[in-house]
Design a protein around this ligand. Structure first.
Ligand code: ADP
Length: 301
């Protein structure tokens, strides 16, 4: 097969591993920098060009779209869909999962467990917002943050009020969430391919840190997940419409709660923690499922 990996940098671990796994299995693979790809959206013959060349006869595309290039990146994936190319994750699903508010609303609509969560932009009654989600301690998140930046634990009502007011001053969308203390500064990353959790790791925050992000000094280890956690992760990925997803869960007293569903989950941490060939499993999934003109939306989304 001819496989395209859409990635900004071919030296990133995840991109390198996907190239390696595709080659090992006898495929032709090429990395395109999504921002350097340009498109002709003519109705009869949609095309993608790259450095003066027409990109043709591609069987499958693996989007590795960073959060900062979601808008243009999903347009390129959509263009591949219009050309009939099989995308590992469809553009609409990526767009859906990148919108945190939309994702949480979709998940809650289908009864997926999540921390009690409030969404606000400029509430007039901050105390009511706090009451609405059960009072302090609370986790308050800046919606635009990644890697744990802009995620604050407010232990008291007063602290919660001042953090919310400070975030409101930034004119940002904020998320106010029940603090899952019993998670003990750890979360679980479930790596979903198709309808299966193929690997799971526990990420534990550094001492005294409630955020488990590896970028903040957290450490990863192998973990055995429960059937309930497994089915929650699979359902969350399915609701998003993602074939491949990293579903982040917390272990709460009321069962597994989903924090986030990631559409371009990194391979480095999970392959290291589990010693599994996740890149190989992704390529195998493509071999089994890639058909031309088989996307659900054909670029309509
Ligand atoms: P980001 O997307 O920036 O990584 P997250 O929402 O994933 O932000 O939060 C970062 C980390 O903080 C999580 O991995 C988790 O360990 C911790 N955390 C987030 N929300 C909660 C919560 N409601 N209760 C307990 N811990 C939380």
């Amino acid at each position: 097969m001819k496989i395209v990996v859409l990635s900004r940098n071919k030296n990133l671990y995840s991109t390198r591993r996907l190239i390696e796994a595709a080659k090992e299995r006898g495929h032709e693979v090429r990395v395109l920098d999504v921002l350097r790809s340009y498109m002709n959206i003519a109705s009869h013959k949609p095309q993608i060009h790259y450095r003066g060349e027409v990109i043709e006869n591609v069987d499958a595309v693996i989007p590795r779209i960073g959060a900062s290039v979601t808008f243009y990146g999903t347009a390129v994936v959509r263009q591949f869909e219009m050309m009939g190319v099989y995308p590992l994750n469809e553009s609409v699903a990526i767009t859906r999962s990148r919108d945190k508010l939309r994702s949480l609303q979709l998940l809650s609509r289908k009864g997926i467990g999540m921390p009690v969560t409030g969404i606000a932009h400029k509430p007039d009654d901050v105390q009511d917002l706090i009451r609405m989600v059960g009072g302090a301690p609370l986790v308050i998140k800046l919606l635009e943050g990644t890697q744990g930046i802009g995620v604050v634990l407010a232990e008291t009502q007063k602290a919660a009020e001042s953090v919310i007011e400070a975030f409101m001053g930034l004119k940002a969308n904020i998320l106010v969430q029940e603090y899952i203390k019993e998670a003990g500064g750890a979360d679980i990353r479930c790596f979903v391919i198709g309808e299966k959790v193929v690997a799971a790791m526990k990420r534990q925050g550094a001492d005294g840190e409630f955020r488990s992000n590896l970028h903040r000094g957290g450490s990863a280890s192998l973990i055995k997940i429960t059937p309930e956690e497994r089915s929650t992760a699979v359902r969350a990925a399915r609701i998003m419409g993602l074939n491949v997803a990293g579903v982040d869960l917390l272990r709460s007293n009321h069962g597994p709660v989903v924090m986030e569903v990631n559409s371009s989950p990194g391979l480095q941490g999970i392959e290291a923690a589990t010693e599994k060939d996740i890149a190989g499993m992704i390529i195998q999934f493509i071999e089994k499922n890639a058909r031309l003109n088989s996307t659900r939306t054909k670029g309509k989304g």
